[in-house]
Write a protein that binds this ligand. Structure first.
Ligand code: G3H
Ligand code: 13P
Ligand code: ZN
Ligand code: NA
Length: 283
């Protein structure tokens, strides 16, 4: 059965590695995530965004994840990625997600704390773990000037207060990563991450990790990151392989001929990430 993310992160924290959290939208990507984790003998987190839920349907996502978890001995979690409302979180809990993220990062601090607490009250009662976000992670299209960084990045003292007042299981922080593809090389604020970690004794989550150099991801893991989110790199690998099939065979009409290689490419990419995160052989 699906396990809460908190359970996986407890072991990751103790073992000094991170668990990969991979976004899924369809059957092929769900299968790729579990096949890759199985091949690496790694615990794994499948996560679905609100957009993924809208695309595939909440019951399809849960059914796929449950089946995948039933068919394997490695621990698998199903997590809501960037839930932005109490209603969305509750729908996922009811549908069978084992973990949720409540993203109140766009709200004023007090409101983010209040919303996260409200989610925790319900999630605790049913054994679902909760990730929250403090600081604004944003997208690579947002042009962030040096002076903006202080306003957008997670404030370590605020993080300490946030965790103390909410009791949340894991915290996503803004330290210079962004969702999507980077234009140049991302500049991570490792000093800030170290400061946050010294004040916050719960697992830290790194979002926007596609495009972050492997050595920077490893460094972040060394500083307390226990969950690393990857979406864009899976999309790139999946679609590149599908595109190649269509380019080589313009008359191809069998979706399996396109999606099979796409799934294989996703497996390869996810296995590489799992190795970087140090979670191979930790299942
Ligand atoms: O955090 C963003 C994830 O990559 C999900 O993206 O909202 O397009 O599904 P999405
Ligand atoms: P990337 O798309 O940059 O990998 O970010 C994924 C993410 O943070 C999902 O929450
Ligand atoms: Zn994210
Ligand atoms: Na990214």
């Amino acid at each position: 059965s699906l396990v809460p993310v908190s359970e996986l992160l407890k072991h990751a924290e103790a073992g000094g590695y991170a668990v990969g959290a991979f976004n899924c939208n369809n059957m092929e990507i769900v299968q790729a995530i579990v096949a890759a984790a199985e091949a690496e003998n790694a615990p794994v987190i499948m996560q679905a965004s609100q957009g993924a839920i809208k695309y595939a349907g909440i019951d399809y996502i849960v059914a796929l994840a449950r089946l995948a978890a039933e068919r394997t001995t490695i621990p698998v979690a199903l997590h809501l990625d960037h839930g932005t409302s109490f209603e969305q979180v509750i729908q996922c809990v009811r549908a069978g997600f084992s973990s949720v993220m409540i993203d109140g990062s766009k709200l004023p601090l007090e409101d983010n704390i209040a919303l996260t607490r409200r989610v925790l009250d319900v999630a605790r009662a049913v054994g679902v773990s909760v990730e929250a976000e403090l600081g604004k992670i944003g997208g690579t299209e947002d042009d962030i000037s040096v002076s903006d960084r202080d306003a957008l990045f997670t404030d370590p003292e605020e993080a300490a207060r946030f965790v103390r007042e909410t009791g949340v299981d894991a915290l996503a922080v803004a330290i210079g990563t962004a969702h999507g593809q980077y234009k140049g090389k991302p500049e991570l604020d490792f000093a800030r991450l170290a400061k946050i970690r010294s004040l916050v004794k719960i697992p830290i989550v790194l979002h926007g990790s596609s495009g972050v150099p492997d050595e920077d991801v490893r460094k972040a893991i060394g500083l307390g990151v226990c969950k690393v989110n990857i979406d864009t790199n899976i999309r790139e690998a999946f679609v590149a392989a599908a595109r190649q099939v269509l380019a080589d065979n313009p008359k191809e009409i069998d979706p399996r001929k396109m999606l099979g290689p796409a799934r294989e490419a996703a497996i390869g990419l996810i296995r590489e990430k799992i190795r970087v995160f140090g979670s191979s052989h930790k299942a």
